[in-house]
Design a protein around this ligand. Structure first.
Ligand SMILES: [Zn+2]
Length: 53
């Protein structure tokens, strides 16, 4: 009988700076001018992000 206790990682070590990736970025796909959120770590918009892999 295995009693698997799900540990909740509720220990956020203090304040961490919000990572931003730049303000004026657009999707790298040609002919796509969708602006990317500064918090979006990818370089493509939602439509052009790779879904596979
Ligand atoms: Zn795009």
């Amino acid at each position: 009988m295995t009693n698997s206790t799900t540990r909740r990682t509720a220990s956020y070590g203090g304040r961490r700076p919000v990572k931003s990736y730049g303000d004026d970025r657009v999707c790298e796909t040609l002919a796509c001018a969708t602006k990317l959120s500064r918090y979006n770590s990818t370089s493509h918009c939602v439509l052009h992000q790779r879904q596979d892999g």
